[in-house]
Write a protein that binds this ligand. Sequence first.
Ligand SMILES: Nc1ncnc2c1ncn2[C@@H]1O[C@H](COP(=O)(O)OP(=O)(O)OP(=O)(O)O)[C@@H](O)[C@H]1O
Ligand SMILES: [Mg+2]
Length: 467
Amino acid sequence: MLSLNHSLRRKLLVWLLLPMLSLWLAGAVAAYFMALNFTNIAYDRTLFDSTRSLAEQVRVVDDIAVVELPRTALQILLSDERDRVYYQIVGRRGQLISGEPDLPRPSIHDRIGVPILHDGELHGEKLRIASLYVIPIGELTGRTVLIQVAETLNKRHILASEILTSMLAPQLGLILLAALIVWYGVGRGLLPLSEVQREIASRSHRDLSPLSEVAAPEEVQPLIHAINELMGRLDHALGSQQRFIADAAHQLRTPLAGLKAQTDLALRQSEPESLHHALEQLSTSAGRTVRLVNQMLALARVEPGADKALELLSLNLAALAREITMEWVPQALRKTIDLGFEGSAGPAWIKGDSLRLKMLIDNLIDNALRYTPSGGKVTVQVTKAEAFVVLTVVDNGPGIPAEERKLVLERFYRVLGSGEEGSGLGLAIVHEIALLHDARVEIDTPEAGTGVVFRLMFPVPLGMNSP
Ligand SMILES: Nc1ncnc2c1ncn2[C@@H]1O[C@H](COP(=O)(O)OP(=O)(O)OP(=O)(O)O)[C@@H](O)[C@H]1O
Ligand SMILES: [Mg+2]
């Protein structure tokens, strides 16, 4: 529960935080360039103002341009706490009049008095430069001088980062807040699951009653429903197993009590002849008990889950049924029953387990021979249809009343008054094996009107039996 809780949390957080953080990063890049742009606009204006102020100090004296400002005043004009500031005054012919000689010149020669702002580099440092062409006071021939003031970019970067942090910090806070809310919200949202967990944990292993679906949140209701269905199936399976054990114990008690009584009786016999007779009876009873136990074992082996390695292989059901029928012929002869086999033309392939199918056919033939009186007729048949191979065992005995045809497939169910011994498990075994093969079982009255016909329809893949 806890780990489910955590991983859900982690997933939701990752799904939320990853896109938010990438958006935030993209936003940060965009914001930085915007901040830089506005910073540039603001500082460019001041830079240009300095250029203009400097320009006002240029005079032409005796046909030579000079700066009228004392050096200290010039320094004050151009001083800055954060950046290095340079200036340059260049005459019409390109000769340096004053200031920094290496300052880059503008690539365009604009109109007089119109500011030119451009980027440049000096001594490896990036610069922003404001340039202005002016005609100085005292100049009579209209010759222009170029005035340039440049500064490094420190304060621009500082301001841009300040704008950036003041914008981004609250956004980051919001993202963290959202993550916290998700963390807490998921915990709150999953609280009802803990209740379900508590309900399951506090249960006894015998209690397979359904969990309450209504109390659970809508999203987990299908899960609870599936658990309930599984518990239902488990309950059913456990119930039928318990019934089987109870039935088996009950069924074993009677013959074992009989054996005990017969043994006691035999012990009291002194005459060899009557002792022999008592022992013969004892042997017959023991034989019946052995049959009962064998049938129980057989059933236990074919019940679902008994053998996980059930492998259905292609086999020819006609050949298998013929072989098994032949094995029963001596038994049939003893009871003067006409046992015969009618096969399809050619092999009848199905997907099956030959050992279990032998068990199935044995039980059907055993019943037919056992319940059909002497002089009767039993026929085993294998026919092919489009998508089925049909195994039929038909006799002309007493038959099974229609209302009992479903019941005889259940364990330990026997039709009263047959006068024959049996454990009542044979048809349950048949039924289980049929289920393993996805085969349908039908019990009918034969066309002749008397007896019973068992029909098993084995589905086959299309084309498996095509000529
Ligand atoms: N061919 C049949 N003709 C008439 N009754 C039948 C036939 N086959 C089965 N029955 C009836 O169905 C009942 C159940 O048969 P099933 O084979 O399950 O048990 P059983 O034959 O009594 O015992 P066993 O486990 O020894 O086979 C039988 O007791 C019998 O009354
Ligand atoms: Mg039987």
